[in-house]
Design a protein around this ligand. Structure first.
Ligand SMILES: Nc1ncnc2c1ncn2[C@@H]1O[C@H](COP(=O)(O)OP(=O)(O)OP(=O)(O)O)[C@@H](O)[C@H]1O
Ligand SMILES: [Mg+2]
Length: 243
């Protein structure tokens, strides 16, 4: 008998990256975990479900995003586009469809990849619900502050409603020099100890600077020295492979 940990099918782990609070780092996390998984040899599809199309902009050119918009207006999304990192990107941002069609568009790809990561909008609208319904897992980025913290219980309840396995709650934009960040981090770690990921993503200029050039942090950061924020994304990707 094979042990339980052996994956018997070649289906992708489909992961919704969700927090209805805006700006906590859903898109940045999706991009960098996607790249870290690809660097670990995994086949990865990142899906942009947000009408802001920030994920597509981070990975791809303005020309591509404009073409995705035109195609969607004509009734069909573009097929996945390969980024130099090896990650494929499916842009559903401009494609108006029912939940059922979104779910089918994502799940139709599950035999082609090891991971499908879905970047969701900052609200609990149809697109986010479709992301949750298409997924088997949820990953929740948050910030170490009051309003972000107070939404976590609701998100975990939502995950239970959709029968999702929680890959983790992790803190983004963490500054250990800030007393308030340290206090909220230990509070969140205590309150949600079953799902809390120890690897917090430090506050880093790498992400906004890279995004200003339509690049990922991995492309932008050329130094041979390791970067703690990028390393933290590697650690989270590793925990997702092992989950
Ligand atoms: N670790 C970090 N350190 C510093 N800045 C960061 C970090 N992670 C993300 N950012 C910046 O924070 C901003 C918001 O990040 P991002 O767009 O990923 O959040 P989001 O949750 O996807 O936002 P939205 O809710 O609008 O979709 C961006 O300018 C991004 O560059
Ligand atoms: Mg976003």
């Amino acid at each position: 008998m094979p042990s339980k940990s052996i994956k018997l099918t070649s289906e992708a782990k489909i992961v919704a990256i969700v927090n209805n609070k805006g700006g906590v780092g859903k898109t940045t996390a999706t991009v960098h975990i996607g790249c870290a998984l690809a660097q670990a040899g995994k086949k990865v599809l990142c899906v942009d479900m947000d009408t802001q199309a920030n994920l597509a902009q981070n990975f791809l050119t303005r020309k591509y995003v404009n073409t995705a918009l035109k195609n969607a207006q004509n009734g069909s999304p573009l097929p996945p586009e390969r980024h130099s990192s090896g990650v494929d990107i499916l842009t559903l941002s401009f494609y108006e469809a029912t939940e059922k069609v979104y779910i089918a568009s994502i799940q139709a790809r599950k035999n082609e990849y090891d991971f499908i990561l879905i970047d969701s909008p900052p609200s609990l609208e149809k697109r986010t619900i479709a992301s949750l319904q298409a997924s088997e897992y949820i990953l929740i980025p948050t910030e170490a502050e009051q309003f972000a913290f107070s939404g976590i219980s609701n998100l975990l309840q939502l995950a239970a409603t959709y029968n999702l396995k929680v890959l983790g709650v992790f803190i983004n934009k963490y500054d250990p020099k800030k007393q308030v960040h340290k206090a909220f981090r230990s509070f969140i770690a205590d309150q949600f100890s079953q799902v809390f990921l120890n690897d917090s993503i430090p506050m880093s200029t790498v992400f906004p600077n890279a995004q200003a050039e339509n690049k990922t942090g991995f492309e932008f950061y050329s130094s041979k020295k390791s970067n703690p924020a990028l390393e933290a994304y590697h650690a989270i990707a590793k925990s997702m492979i092992e989950a």
